[in-house]
Ligand binder design. Structure first.
Ligand code: GAL
Length: 432
């Protein structure tokens, strides 16, 4: 059994993996005879897979996974239920209304951690513990990741990947033109501000950002840089004071960073902001490592065309999130969903998907020998860094809290609140 004790606030302890024999959740009365596709009639004839990987490099990742699925389960038709909008900005609301009207897809994407707990608490997804045994996955995933998919000893989804949210992506030509060393990294926000000033003075956008959720992604990395991993974790467990001076300082840095960004940001999604770095219209972009897939898709290679490093002040910390796939209560094709889950969890599925997605496999048996240099650094960092939970991507807080934080952030960055008001609204969002 693999135990990763560097995960903060692991929920239920490593014993969870020993509970793989737990029976499948009660309501599923369909034929659950096997995961080998086509053996159980209509229930395995198709699978509607609901994600927000609708376009560009994200769709390329999904397509790679579907390629393996079609080989492993040729008798189950893949139905693409993707809804566009980065980080599930549109998909999650639509999914919620489908779940509430008893019209679930056969499986949907959900983040490990607090977001998944929402669906579990609402009774919207099935226990899939038995599938871990059936597919031989019990030993394959880091135990502390499985803890984030588990309640009361029942495991509620199968993870497809591990992404890192605290990465800066940079255009070396833009930096050189601004008189900077493109190989430089920066120890703190203050060091980075000097470089951002230089890029701004060269007449190019210093830091590209997009719509609200990308601004929240930026915010979480600033909180992490300025409070450190322990202080950042304390924001979610109550031991760091949201109204305190340290948070004020971090919000001042966030405000300063937003001052370096493109003015068209609120009309853009993450691919547009990353594209500005790809095209040399911006020096830096803070984005999760799905951006790696966008650089690859654009035919760019590092370090000639782009560079990357942890957000200044967060070196040694891996700001973690994982997508996972569920079996919704009342799924119309539960056997199709089980076939999908089998591919998602498999070493082959994880190798193909993650190579194309910029992430790293959650299944430690997956072959990563042909992964990119960036992905190799992510694998190494995940193995040795302190791991914290992403705010913007469902790991740290429930969806309702994230929605309140997003609303407060949008208000602040569009000038509708001042810093003191923003800080109070964030404190209220988290503390209730
Ligand atoms: C995250 C998701 C990633 C990626 C990103 C941008 O929430 O976990 O896989 O899709 O959003 O859309």
């Amino acid at each position: 059994m693999r135990v990763n004790t560097r995960f903060a606030a692991a929920a239920a302890g490593a014993a969870v993996l020993a509970l793989g024999l737990t029976a499948c959740g009660g309501d599923d009365s369909s034929d659950t005879s096997s995961g080998d596709g086509g053996s159980s009639g209509d229930s395995a004839g198709e699978v509607e897979v609901f994600t927000w990987w609708a376009a560009g490099s994200e769709k390329a990742g999904l397509d790679a996974l579907v390629g393996v699925f079609n080989e492993q389960h040729p008798d189950t038709e893949f139905i693409n239920g993707a809804v566009a909008g980065g980080a599930g900005s549109a998909a999650k609301d639509l999914l919620q209304s489908r779940l509430q009207t008893n019209d679930p897809p056969d499986t949907f994407q959900a983040h490990a951690g607090a977001e998944l707990q929402d669906y579990i608490s609402a009774g919207q997804i099935e226990d899939v513990s038995d599938l871990y045994d059936e597919f031989g996955l019990t030993e394959a995933f880091p135990a502390d990741l499985v803890d984030r998919l588990t309640v009361d000893g029942k495991i509620y989804s199968i993870p497809s990947n591990i992404h890192r949210a605290n990465v800066v992506w940079a255009n070396p030509t833009v930096l050189e033109d601004a008189g900077l060393d493109p190989a430089a990294t920066y120890d703190s926000m203050d060091d980075w501000f000097t470089a951002l000033d230089a890029v701004e003075e060269s007449g190019v956008t210093a830091l590209s950002v997009a719509t609200t959720w990308t601004q929240v992604n930026l915010l979480e990395t600033v909180l992490l840089a300025d409070l450190g991993a322990e202080g950042y974790n304390g924001l979610w467990d109550g031991s760091t004071d949201w109204e305190g001076a340290e948070v004020t300082g971090a919000l001042e840095d966030f405000e300063k960073l937003m001052g370096y960004t493109n003015t068209d940001r609120d009309g853009l999604d993450w691919p547009d902001a990353t594209q500005q770095v790809i095209d040399g219209q911006a020096g830096f972009n803070v984005m999760g490592d799905w951006a790696e897939a966008a650089f690859a898709e654009a035919g760019k290679s590092s370090p000639a065309d782009y560079t990357y490093f942890p957000v200044p002040g967060t070196d040694g910390v891996f700001d973690f999130l994982a997508d996972s796939f569920t079996l919704p209560v009342g799924a119309p094709h539960p056997d199709g969903a089980k076939n999908w889950l089998e591919t998602v969890g498999s070493a082959e599925g994880q190798a193909a998907f993650n190579k194309a997605k910029g992430s790293i496999p959650a299944n430690t048996d997956a072959d990563t020998s042909d992964f990119s240099e960036y992905q190799k650094t992510a694998i190494e960092s995940f193995g040795q860094d302190t791991i914290v939970s992403s705010l913007a991507h469902g790991a740290a807080v429930p969806v309702a809290t994230l929605n309140d934080i997003s609303d407060a952030t949008s208000k602040f960055t569009t000038g509708a609140s001042d810093l003191a008001g923003y800080q109070s609204e964030l404190a209220a969002a988290v503390n209730g």
